[in-house]
Design a protein around this ligand. Structure first.
Ligand code: NDP
Ligand code: 2IT
Length: 448
């Protein structure tokens, strides 16, 4: 889609020219700039002040070598990244992704999205993201430990509890955060809340593990309720079977839904009776096995090779919780044809622009990632608060705050969409509401 506003058109062209070969980053920027068109028309000061031009350029990109020794004694070299995108409203905050597909463009898209997501939480956190092309799959615990220690041996000099606070993302969970935190503490001799998603014995927050998936369901429940719908009795398809997918499944099920399908990068399972989450948790959280093993415990379920096919399963609600661009135009068409009423994005940017357009055109309720999956980072910010206070809230206290934050994000995004003449368009509403707080802080600072 072309822009009506000449400035935005030129800015987008400049982003593409300056960041060649990074289609995911272009995609994320384009969506935000498109949403901001009516805001810019009403507030030209965001253009004249240079705020928009600054916003699309990371404050700092750190790129480093990560050497480590594998179990056979061979030296392996990976590449590490930390993109410190925007610190207008707080220290850089965002996860680390360890996956072979990671390159600078992926980290930039994720860091850019994180700016607006973190703003939407209402908490004082800026936007950042990091990671590596390291693949934890098939590696021993000792290899993962040595990799994490080497990664932190460089990263530690760039982060800090009031500077930049990394956390988990794909391939980075409790095990990796433990190794990273241990190495940070050892090198700096400081015990601070420099990472979130920590274990409960060393400063982690109750409910952080559950937060992204639970928060997604709290958000989607609000969206459904406004349309007179609910999770109760709904058939739900959830892609992925990692941290976000598992706790989305748990919460959706507790709201009365029947989750009938989940996946990993190899394939998907279909269990028409409803997924047995205890089996998934054991396979994925404890044994680190493939999802195909589910059918050995539940022979009545089906396993299909290839993860894309999950969207051909008829459902009322789809919760994509695996990775970017997993729902393309074809998958969206299949969901719509099968009567899907709502999509809630647990993953970051899981729907292509063509898919988002198709959902909106068909009247499918659509909860965009930067609003719907903000519960994870919001609870990370609550972990930072507890670390600063040297205090720990109960599970119920954290969960209640998470719930209230997600309802607040839904209301803010809805109100912003309506104010700018796009009622019901939560993509635009989330982008606008997230942008305004960051932009106003940047305006206050002048050119910095
Ligand atoms: P995990 O590593 O715990 O799980 C990732 C899941 O997605 C796995 O089932 C994995 O399958 C699947 N997956 C990953 N990459 C691909 C791929 N290229 N193609 C197909 N399937 C894939 O990660 P999380 O659950 O933490 O993250 C899932 C999504 O949610 C990501 O988009 C992440 O950015 C986003 N997110 C995470 C938050 C968090 O707090 N953890 C917060 C907000 C968003 P396999 O095991 O086979 O690789
Ligand atoms: O995409 C995300 O918001 C995350 N991976 C969580 C980031 C965090 O700092 O908790």
């Amino acid at each position: 889609m072309a822009f009506n506003n000449q400035y935005l058109e030129e800015l987008m062209e400049k982003v593409i020219a300056r960041n060649p070969g990074e289609p995911e980053f272009h995609q994320a920027v384009r969506e935000v700039l498109e949403s901001l068109e009516p805001v810019i028309d009403a507030h030209p000061e965001y253009v004249t002040s240079g705020v928009l031009a600054e916003l699309v350029e990371p404050e700092r990109i750190i790129k480093f070598r990560v050497p480590w020794v594998d179990d056979s004694g061979k030296v392996q070299v990976n590449r590490g990244f930390r993109v410190q995108f925007n610190s207008a409203i707080g220290p850089y905050k965002g996860g680390l992704r360890f996956h072979p597909s990671v390159y600078e463009g992926i980290i930039k898209f994720l860091g850019f999205e994180q700016i607006f997501k973190n703003s939407l939480t209402g908490l004082p956190i800026g936007g950042g993201k990091g990671g590596s092309d390291f693949d934890p799959k098939g590696k021993s615990d000792a290899e993962v430990m040595r990799f994490c220690q080497s990664f932190m041996t460089e990263l530690y000099r760039h982060i800090g509890a009031d500077v930049d606070v990394p956390a988990g993302d794909i391939g980075v969970g409790g095990r990796e955060i433990g190794y990273l935190f241990g190495q940070y503490k050892r090198i700096t001799k400081e015990y601070t809340g420099v990472l979130t998603g920590k274990g409960l014995s060393y400063g982690g927050s109750l409910a952080r593990r559950e937060a992204t998936g639970y928060g997604l369901c709290y958000f989607v429940r609000e969206m459904l309720a406004d349309a007179g719908l609910s999770f109760d009795g709904a058939r739900v398809v959830i892609s992925g079977s990692g941290n976000v997918a598992i706790y989305a499944c748990e919460k959706a099920t507790s709201f009365g839904a029947r989750v009938v399908a989940m996946s990993d990068s190899n394939g998907y399972i279909y269990d028409k009776n409803g997924i047995d989450l205890d089996t998934i948790k054991r396979l994925k959280e404890v044994e680190r096995k493939r999802i195909r093993e589910y059918v050995t415990v539940h022979p009545e379920a089906e396993y299909h090779e290839g993860c894309a096919g999950i969207y051909t399963i008829p459902c009322d609600i789809a919760l994509p919780c695996a990775t970017q661009n997993e729902i393309n135009a074809e998958a969206a068409a299949a969901l719509i044809a099968n009567g899907c009423r709502a999509v809630g994005e647990g993953a970051n940017m899981p729907s292509t622009p063509e898919a988002v357009h198709a959902f909106q055109k068909a009247g499918v309720l659509f909860a965009p990632a930067k609003a719907a999956n903000a519960g994870g980072v919001a609870t990370s910010a609550l972990e930072m608060s507890q670390n600063s206070m040297r205090y720990a809230w109960t599970f119920e206290e954290v969960d209640q705050k998470l719930h209230d934050i997600m309802v607040g994000i839904y209301r803010n995004a809805s109100a912003a969409a309506e104010k700018y003449g796009m009622k019901g368009n939560l993509v635009a509403g989330a982008n606008i509401a997230g942008f305004l707080k960051v932009a106003d802080a940047m305006l206050a600072y002048g050119v910095v």
